[in-house]
Design a protein around this ligand. Structure first.
Ligand SMILES: [Zn+2]
Ligand SMILES: [Zn+2]
Length: 367
């Protein structure tokens, strides 16, 4: 019996989302059907809404879903109908990086997360005879129902509300994972985050959890810096044209030990590199605009400094998301102040609020 569901469909690049009723394919082997309760909105969704990235239209986006399993296809054993789950990015499980516990660098990442079709080529949704593409990050969660895979479906404890759980699937995993995994921040480190949106603030929360003695947040929006202080930042820098490198050096003259860049802006990344302490590390996680280049004096890297990139917080969702949720349940990772709830029907308003800074992490809740 095919499932009919309400979905926010993108029909034209740059157009708003429109709620439509579509029919969802039945879950095949290794797949499952999820009744969504909440889904976060991430800048990746907005990027695909606005810019051509190879995703066919019409398309259902959304990649921070949380909800309840309705049915499972053959071979899905770690979750069962009725289980509460969080959905993360998809990976193949068989390529060299997947085989060595690094599914975030899956060789089939683009095909599994952006192609618009399921791995066997099926189109996941239809409206009448018209194909509606999806399978976005193995879910397409801007809808009441989604097809997900065993590998990107993570079990959720009963005591974590769906609206708080949803952003663990991408934004929180990405930011926190970059601090915990990529940079392995420690109490003896000074730490700075450049760009205090959801991802940056998740990195900051990880630095707070690890007890970093100095935690600096940098942003162009004063309200985000207020939030950063509320979450545990010891210093903030309003990037209103001042030299960020000098501002960081004014806080610690010898430099900062660990920096996360979420801006993808070359002058900011360069300022961060020049503000690193000896043996300091800077991790960048944002996709930069096409044509972006960064120039810096290579001698900066002498003194043991390093610049590296990471996606999805270097995290395997099946391992990292349950671990991070446990930190949250233990009161050591409180991201609740970031979340602002909207009904699914208010998706365009939620995106506008995210762009203007009214909302840090909008989460759509299904009624
Ligand atoms: Zn793979
Ligand atoms: Zn995302």
């Amino acid at each position: 019996m095919p499932t009919t569901t309400r979905a926010a469909v993108l029909r034209q690049r740059g157009a708003p989302f429109a709620l439509e009723t579509v029919t969802l394919a039945d879950p095949g082997p290794g797949e499952l059907l999820v009744k969504l309760a909440a889904t976060g909105i991430c800048f990746t969704d907005v990027g695909v809404q606005r810019y051509e990235q190879g995703t066919p239209l019409p398309h259902v986006l959304g990649h921070e879903g949380a909800g309840t399993v309705l049915s499972v296809g053959e071979g899905v054993t770690h979750v069962a109908p009725g289980d509460r789950v969080v959905l993360s990015y998809a990976s193949c499980g068989t390529c060299p990086n997947c085989s060595h516990d690094h599914p975030q660098y899956c060789a089939n990442f683009m095909a599994l997360n952006y192609s618009g079709v399921l791995p066997d080529g099926r189109v996941p949704m239809h409206r009448g005879e018209e194909p509606v593409y999806g399978g976005f990050f193995g879910q397409s969660s801007f809808a009441d129902h989604a097809i997900a895979y065993a590998r990107n479906t993570v079990k959720l404890p009963d005591d974590v509300p769906f609206a708080l759980a949803a952003p663990f699937g991408c934004g929180l995993q990405t930011g926190a994972g970059t601090a915990y995994n990529t940079l392995n921040v420690q109490a003896h480190h000074s730490f700075a985050v450049m760009g205090a949106g959801t991802v940056g603030l998740a990195a900051l929360l990880a630095a707070v959890d690890r007890g970093c003695h100095t935690i600096v947040a940098i942003d162009r929006v004063a309200a985000r810096l207020d939030l950063a202080r509320q979450l545990g930042a010891t210093h903030t820098i309003l990037a209103d044209g001042q030299d960020v490198m000098l501002a960081l050096r004014a806080i610690i003259a010898t430099g900062i030990d660990r920096i996360v860049d979420t801006t993808g802006a070359s002058p900011v990344i360069r300022a961060g590199l020049e503000a690193l302490a000896s043996r300091g590390e800077l991790a960048m996680l944002a996709v930069t605009a096409p044509g972006t280049e960064i120039t810096f004096n290579p001698n900066t890297l002498l003194g043991g400094r390093s610049l590296r990139g990471a996606v999805e917080g270097d995290a395997d969702p099946q391992v990292f998301i349950p671990w991070l949720i446990d930190r949250h349940r233990a009161g050591r990772f409180n991201h609740a102040p970031l979340v602002r709830e909207y009904p699914l029907a208010a998706i365009n308003e939620a995106i506008a609020d995210m762009a203007s800074g009214v909302a840090v992490k909008p989460v759509l809740v299904m009624d």
